[in-house]
Design a protein around this ligand. Structure first.
Ligand SMILES: [Fe+2]
Ligand SMILES: [Fe+2]
Length: 250
């Protein structure tokens, strides 16, 4: 089973010249599904969501997404508080917390975006309990926008309940946690082997970010292979990197 991992497209503040190379890289890798870890758009406007949807639909593949902090209104306070996910839901197929059971990989989507927090997000006890319950049979990948751990050397505040989530996911036997938001790739491991994949941004045009990238995940008997595909800042293609082997926990 092969899945393409994307995050932080930020359509509206993206690099249009990388859209076709991204689609070509996905087409060449021939995954069966696409997973997007939020921040589809820069601002939660219908035309930007429609553009993001059109780009992803061009792959001809099914895709699932969870909301990011950029996918809800920022300055429109009534919209942010009263119907924050309205525009998102007009374009993104499926629920805000999708569940996908593929052969060899169960993907549990979690909505960590919380309109009352500026950008850091939160998880509720109920959301954490849902993951624990669904993770009884695996292998399992949780996907949510906000990270549950920091990058090495970083001191930023984590979302509310991050520590609780990391412990609960780990104890439940979750194999992989895919998160976005930081725009920096990182791979972390818990003492018992749960891997946290911090995704870089697929397309965002923020000058201080590292190069854009996407990843391909292969779920195989006994584990996973993660292949990063990086578009150098002066390049025109997403270049596959040597695969990283990630053992399964069960
Ligand atoms: Fe982002
Ligand atoms: Fe974000």
């Amino acid at each position: 089973m092969r899945v393409a991992l994307l995050s932080d497209l930020h359509i509206g503040m993206h690099r249009p010249r990388l859209v076709q190379p991204m689609l070509d890289a996905i087409s060449d890798a021939a995954p069966e599904h696409i997973v997007v870890a939020g921040d589809l758009v820069q601002r939660a406007r219908r035309e930007l969501f429609a553009e993001a949807e059109a780009i992803l639909d061009q792959t001809g593949l099914p895709w699932l997404c969870v909301p990011g902090n950029h996918d809800i209104p920022l300055m429109n306070v009534p919209g942010r508080l009263l119907w924050p996910f309205h525009e998102y839901e007009m374009s993104v197929p499926g629920p805000r917390e999708p569940l996908l059971e593929l052969p060899g990989l169960k993907i549990i989507g979690v909505n960590s975006t919380f309109p009352y927090r500026w950008r850091n997000g939160r998880l509720t006890d109920r959301q954490i309990a849902r993951v624990k319950n669904l993770a009884r049979t695996g292998p399992v990948m949780v996907v949510q926008h906000h990270p549950i751990s920091l990058l090495p050397g970083e001191t930023k505040e984590l979302m509310l309940n991050a520590e609780k989530a990391i412990t609960a996911y780990d104890e439940a036997g979750v194999d992989l946690v895919l998160t976005g938001h930081l725009h920096h790739f990182n791979l972390a491991s818990s003492a018992s082997g749960m891997k946290q994949i911090h995704a870089a941004s697929a397309l965002c045009d923020r000058s201080e970010d590292p190069p854009n990238e996407i990843a391909i995940l292969d779920a195989e008997a006994g584990g996973f292979q993660l292949t990063r595909m990086i578009a150098p800042k002066d390049g025109a293609d997403f270049v596959p990197q040597p695969p990283i082997a990630l053992p399964s926990r069960r």
